[in-house]
Design a protein around this ligand. Structure first.
Ligand SMILES: *[C@@H]1O[C@H](CO)[C@@H](O)[C@H](O)[C@H]1NC(C)=O
Ligand SMILES: *[C@@H]1O[C@H](CO)[C@@H](O)[C@H](O)[C@H]1NC(C)=O
Ligand SMILES: *[C@@H]1O[C@H](CO)[C@@H](O)[C@H](O)[C@H]1NC(C)=O
Ligand SMILES: *[C@@H]1O[C@H](CO)[C@@H](O)[C@H](O)[C@H]1NC(C)=O
Ligand SMILES: *[C@@H]1O[C@H](CO)[C@@H](O)[C@H](O)[C@H]1NC(C)=O
Length: 302
């Protein structure tokens, strides 16, 4: 190939890459519910807009980057769905957009969430970013989300949460971090969770060896799933949550449990299978399961 052709190819390639962020039409589907009727409309436009009675917007083809200016949602719309192919979200793309309920940006290829990406989205209830490749959440990537209740970051590549990456989310009560790469939880790791409401926490399927007691000091946890980690110890402060309903501690390296575990009265689900529990612990657990009339499976014989 002549040098001229090579230069031309590189040039064309560049144009292709940048055009992902500008002037080419994008296919998406608007669903509407009006007068009991449900309709789907496929649209192809450079800027994604909504319309009256819109219920959700779903991208109908893979898109690499969500650029600022790509959305112009003026009519109230509940849900945004993007799955497949997304690698990058430019901060500001959601600013001023009239979304009411939830973002489902699942099964994409996001690696990093930049500061200011999810900021001032006052109506939003839920953000689901599960099944991406996120390993970095910059400070302030989630900020001022007064109504956010559910944040699903499961199945990503996170091994730490930078301090202040999630700030001012006073109603965040369900945090799913299962299927990531955490080995430890530092004192500030959960500081953004709601302090005055019961919290549902899923840390299952990480590589946790060490969780700092301070993480849990101000929280009231009612559903706690930390199954499939490498923990030898559970901080006793967790078991001081008298309203605890669900505890999944399966497949860790626990030999015994904090004494307060046996005083929990509201448990309806309690799993401890796959831990090398000692005999004293097992007999206390048998008594607890009898008293609460729940089924606690134990795996070794004493
Ligand atoms: C967004 O759409 C509205 C109409 O719904 C229009 O008036 C406005 O100019 C658009 N804004 C941009 C930045 O395109
Ligand atoms: C979010 O709101 C705060 C306070 O109103 C404001 O200072 C900030 O500029 C806003 N940020 C964005 C990205 O809109
Ligand atoms: C979180 O994401 C996972 C993986 O996509 C999904 O299975 C799960 O239902 C989600 N959890 C909630 C509470 O939305
Ligand atoms: C995480 O654990 C909760 C129980 O706390 C469970 O309901 C949920 O399905 C699990 N997985 C995800 C992805 O939410
Ligand atoms: C705990 O989380 C894992 C992974 O999400 C899930 O498979 C399991 O069912 C959850 N346990 C309970 C009791 O919900």
């Amino acid at each position: 190939m002549s040098p001229f052709l090579i230069i031309l190819c590189v040039f064309v390639h560049c144009i292709n890459l940048t055009s992902a962020c500008g002037d080419h039409p994008i296919k998406y589907v608007i669903s509407k519910i009006h007068d009991g009727e449900y309709t789907l409309t496929q649209i192809e436009q450079n800027v994604i807009t909504s319309s009256e009675h819109a219920y959700s917007i779903k991208l109908a083809e893979p898109i690499q980057k969500l650029c600022k200016g790509l959305l112009n949602i003026t009519h109230q719309t509940r849900y945004l769905y993007i799955s497949e192919g997304l690698e990058d979200i430019e901060p500001g793309v959601f600013a001023g957009q009239n979304f009411m309920d939830a973002f489902f940006i699942t099964s994409n290829k996001l690696r990093k969430l930049t500061s200011g990406t999810f900021e001032n989205l006052t109506e939003l209830n839920e953000i689901d970013l599960s099944d991406n490749e996120i390993s970095i959440i910059e400070p302030g990537a989630f900020k001022n989300l007064p109504n956010l209740r559910i944040l699903n970051l499961s199945k990503n590549k996170l091994s730490m949460l930078i301090h202040h990456s999630i700030v001012n989310t006073p109603n965040l009560v369900a945090f799913y971090l299962n299927g990531n790469h955490f080995t430890k939880l530092e004192p500030h790791s959960l500081s953004f969770l709601s302090k005055n409401k019961p919290v549902d926490l899923n840390l299952s399927q990480n590589f946790l060896e060490d969780i700092h007691t301070k993480c849990f000091e101000e929280l009231s946890i009612i559903r706690f799933n930390i199954s499939m980690n490498n923990l030898r110890m559970i901080p006793s402060v967790i078991m001081k949550n008298k309203d605890m309903e669900l505890l999944d501690l399966c497949f860790n390296k626990l030999r015994r449990l904090p004494e307060d575990t046996y005083t929990l009265k509201k448990l309806h689900t309690f799993n401890v299978l796959g831990n090398p529990l000692d005999c004293v612990t097992q007999s206390k657990l048998r008594e607890l399961s009898f008293n609460l009339n729940i089924n606690v499976k134990l795996n070794s014989f004493c």
